[in-house]
Design a protein around this ligand. Sequence first.
Ligand SMILES: [Fe+2]
Length: 230
Amino acid sequence: MTKYIYHKEILPSVLESLQRFPEEIALIEGFPSQDYVLNDFLSHIGNAVHEHLNEDSGSIFKVQVHHKEAHFSSYANSNLFFPVHTDCSNYKEIPEYVALLCVTPSIEGGESLFVKLSELIQELPKPLLAILTQKHWAFGNVYRPVISLIQGKYSICYNRITMESYTDLTQDELHILNEFDDLCRKLTFTLSLKANDLIIFRNDLLLHGRTDFPLHAHRVLKRVRLYSKN
Ligand SMILES: [Fe+2]
């Protein structure tokens, strides 16, 4: 992880470290909480994804507990443990970056979880790595391998909740994913965000998730997904 304290001239160093150390999480402490500051800063890193789920269909999604009648509006809007995953796994093109600005942390739980792709590749038994790079899985209407190797560069797309929501997986497939999940658990590291911590990380090189937290904790994060400009 590369750590910074926010000041007005911080952008060039953050850009440089995201380029030079793509698998490292950039953490900027003391980041201003205003949306316009966040949007302006991130516009230099990538093109934000605008989604109808976001406030005013803009680029910022508030990750907080939210109900629609008796159900959570989405998994991100629950207080449940969120296993490590790739955001937008069912998109044709996966955004390369995810930025999370902590507005209010939960006093208990709600820690961020991460797994690095390079460590997964190092630790995966060869036969399992071969399956994960060759077999195409359904992520909604998009079929792709969990791990791709394109022009010598690995990338990952994994979201077990999405994979199981769209498809009835066979016992063999479940067994493969269970083995993969076991390794993810072993390689997971934790980050506890404080108010005004902004983290920016590669969505295609790290899996991320979170631990559960009390339903009435008022945990709030602002999330922006970005397509790389390169
Ligand atoms: Fe996510």
